[in-house]
Write a protein of this length. Structure first.
Length: 244
């Protein structure tokens, strides 16, 4: 009777705190710490998404900014390369507050401008459709991964598969500059890209739940942000091609 009461009390604490057990075998204390880490990551991720939305909207709606970016290919190329350069200091200083947040904000801003340029060259209806589809896919995959982890499922096997697939996609994208794909091949490429980045959302969400240490909140945010951004751009290109 006493044991049953203790178990019931522990379950009540979990319910009252709003934190269910993330995966089997996780202690109550670790579960609470892990939930705090997850909330922190998604809080930063939400701020990134808001910043991306604001900067992209300004890029699309404010004509002078749009014209400068369209008419200056050198500047646009610089903004495309800069996020790749910033990844190194962002990784090195990811645990140095507040430098990590400053670098993250700068990195996010650069990517947001390039997203805005992509949206500016696309019909507003298609952008909205891509945004809705991306939100639905991300929400569904995130909810599924949390549910699957709670049931003891593991997606670590996806790591090598996704890495190899991403390498093939990057190589194919490079080859397209010299040997453009046909419409059918481009559609297949887009579909495979969407599947790969959807797989990365599942894989990186599980890493957030189980593997990232508590001081790696910046890098956990970076991986999820890139997954969502790449999925959105892939869906945007597919819809734009279908419209054309």
């Amino acid at each position: 009777m006493y044991g049953f009461t203790s178990i019931s009390s522990k379950e009540d604490v979990d319910i009252e705190s709003g934190s269910s057990t993330l995966y089997p075998g996780l202690s109550h204390g670790e579960n609470q710490l892990r939930w705090g880490f997850i909330r922190k990551v998604y809080g930063i991720l939400a701020a990134q998404m808001i910043l991306t939305t604001i900067i992209s909207s300004v890029t699309v709606l404010y004509a002078p900014v749009n014209e400068v970016l369209r008419g200056n290919s050198g500047l646009l190329l610089f903004l495309l390369v800069l996020p790749l350069v910033l990844l190194w200091p962002l990784y090195v200083y990811q645990q140095k507050h507040p430098i990590n947040l400053v670098l993250l904000g700068l990195w996010t801003s650069c990517l947001s401008i390039t997203v805005g340029v992509s949206c500016a060259n696309t019909d507003g209806k298609i952008v909205l459709e891509a945004l809705i589809l991306t939100s639905a896919v991300v929400a569904s995959l995130t909810a599924y991964t949390f549910w699957a982890s709670k049931k003891g499922k593991d997606f670590s096997f996806l790591g090598p598969i996704l890495f190899t697939s991403l390498f093939v996609l990057l190589l194919t994208s490079f080859l397209q500059m010299f040997f453009p794909l046909g419409s059918t091949s481009t559609a297949v490429y887009g579909g495979i890209s969407a599947v790969v980045f959807s797989g990365y959302i599942v894989y990186d969400t599980q890493n957030l739940i189980k593997r990232f240490s508590y001081d790696e909140y910046i890098w956990a945010t970076v991986t999820l942000y890139l997954d969502i951004l790449n999925l959105f751009l892939t869906i945007l290109r597919m819809l734009r091609q279908g419209d054309n």
